[in-house]
Design a protein around this ligand. Structure first.
Ligand SMILES: Cc1ncc(COP(=O)(O)O)c(C=O)c1O
Length: 444
């Protein structure tokens, strides 16, 4: 089934004057590209240009766009029940998606809170941890510990656990809770835990455990804050310390969940379990917003023993049936499909095709894990300028900070992926060229 609407005219003037885009100014707008339809791994612009998508729409659209199975599930759901409140009401779409989440995640995670976005799933996780310790008579456990270079969302509690320097702490001052930060992991993905990391973890737990309710971390891949991968052994150590010092472990799998790093959940690389788990993004295959926070029986029972006796969260669109139907269809595709083989083929191709970027003058590092390929530049890039260069090359890649990266849909073809990787190497090379010229001029 294809629902295309390619004749749309985009009113750029209205957009520019009235509509915020992510992290932008309303007075000094940045260029935007009008998308009129998307199919498979391609976005069609109003200009008629077709771009191969390297972003999966911020890492969510893992099966590609307009997938007939997800569209059919949503269309069918729309006809019977697109939304109904979740207070005092339940429905089968929420039950179906929750059954699959309980089945797919580690055995200890049995309770599901259906949230409306990733940031809210993080808020919910943090609240769960705080209420849990109230219920276990340790109300002094009120702070959250995390690592630097993390990213967990843009709402206030989520911001408080984002990287304190790169995040928005200074911008919002005292409104952002003061949490405890450990240095970012330095043990690389294929390495054992190094002494520096081990010491930093042990020191932080022994110093702060009495006031720490939970540690929150993005397992294996630090995404928006750093685009880097770290050792599974770091997570094993972290889990052990959480157990030793009575601290809950919240794993934020919003970016990594559902196959992105090569295992269904990134924590599987370390064979550990979370006490609380956040998922989002690819949960619906990227078709509509839905996230979830799962927790163990023990966490749920602690919350019930807290003075409130209930978990204090309940958004209007909680458990939205349309989103649940999309998620169920997407999870079924993952459960039946061959994502594992697709992701490992993408990983092999990314490793091969990005390798040459290592030699470019302005490139700091090239790294690949699962369906994630990153070229880290020496310094920050000009997103708007590079964006145009990528569009000119027929691909949609959105660099930020020092990172030119892709996280394509798992369904991407080898030829499409080659077009993406050659564009990345070519654009990184053009920066390298200008870098060389500057160096040359300054030598002159
Ligand atoms: C690890 C992680 N947590 C939380 C979020 C926030 O999710 P959302 O943008 O859906 O609020 C993101 C978004 O990029 C993320 O990568």
């Amino acid at each position: 089934m294809t629902l295309s609407n390619t004749n749309t005219t985009i009113d750029y003037t209205f957009d520019q004057q009235h509509i915020w885009h992510p992290y932008t100014s309303m007075t000094q707008s940045l260029p935007v590209y009008g998308v009129v339809s998307a199919q498979g791994c391609e976005l069609t612009l109003d200009s008629g240009e077709v771009l191969i998508d390297g972003t999966s729409s911020w890492w969510s659209c893992v099966h590609g766009y307009s997938h007939p199975t997800i569209l059919a599930a949503m269309q069918q759901q729309l006809l019977s029940l697109s939304h109904v409140m979740f207070g005092g009401i339940t429905h089968q779409p929420a039950i179906e998606v929750s059954k699959r989440l309980v089945q797919m995640t580690s055995a200890n995670l049995t309770k599901v809170f259906l949230a409306d976005s990733g940031s809210i799933a993080v808020e919910v996780a943090l609240k769960m941890a705080l209420q849990y310790w109230q219920g276990r008579n340790k109300p002094q456990k009120q702070r959250i510990m995390t690592v630097k270079s993390g990213y967990h969302g843009d709402t206030f509690a989520a911001m408080s656990v984002c990287d304190p320097d790169g995040g928005m702490h200074t911008m919002f001052g005292n409104n952002v809770a003061k949490q405890v930060f450990i240095p970012a992991p330095t043990s690389k993905f294929n390495e054992p835990l190094n002494q520096t990391d081990s010491n930093a973890l042990e020191h932080a737990f022994s110093q702060h455990h009495q006031n720490i309710a939970a540690v929150i971390i993005e397992p294996i891949m630090q995404g928006a804050g750093a685009m880097r991968f770290y050792s599974p052994a770091y997570l094993t150590k972290l889990r052990a310390l959480c157990d030793e010092y009575q601290v809950l472990l919240i794993l934020d799998e919003i970016a990594t969940g559902f196959g992105r790093t090569g295992t269904c959940f990134a924590y599987e690389h370390a064979n550990i379990e979370a006490d609380i788990l956040c998922v989002g993004k690819a949960l619906t295959g990227g078709y509509i917003s839905l996230a979830a926070t799962l927790c163990s029986d023990e966490v749920a029972s602690g919350i019930s023993d807290s003075p409130a006796g209930v978990f204090m969260h309940g958004p209007t669109f909680m458990g939205n049936p349309l989103a649940c139907a999309a998620a169920t269809a997407s999870l079924d595709l993952l459960l039946q499909g061959d994502w594992q083989q697709q992701v490992s083929a993408i990983e092999a191709q990314l490793k091969q095709e990005l390798a040459s970027a290592t030699d470019l003058a302005q490139v700091q590092d090239v790294r690949v894990l699962g369906a994630v390929g990153v070229i880290e530049m020496v310094s920050s890039v000009n997103t708007a300028q590079l964006q145009q260069a990528f569009v000119d090359l027929g691909v949609w890649v959105r660099p930020f900070n020092k990172y030119i990266y892709i996280m394509p849909p798992y369904t991407i073809s080898a030829a499409q992926l080659t077009q993406l990787t050659s564009a990345m190497v070519s654009v990184a090379g053009s920066i390298a060229d200008s870098g060389n010229k500057q160096q040359f001029i300054s030598h002159g």
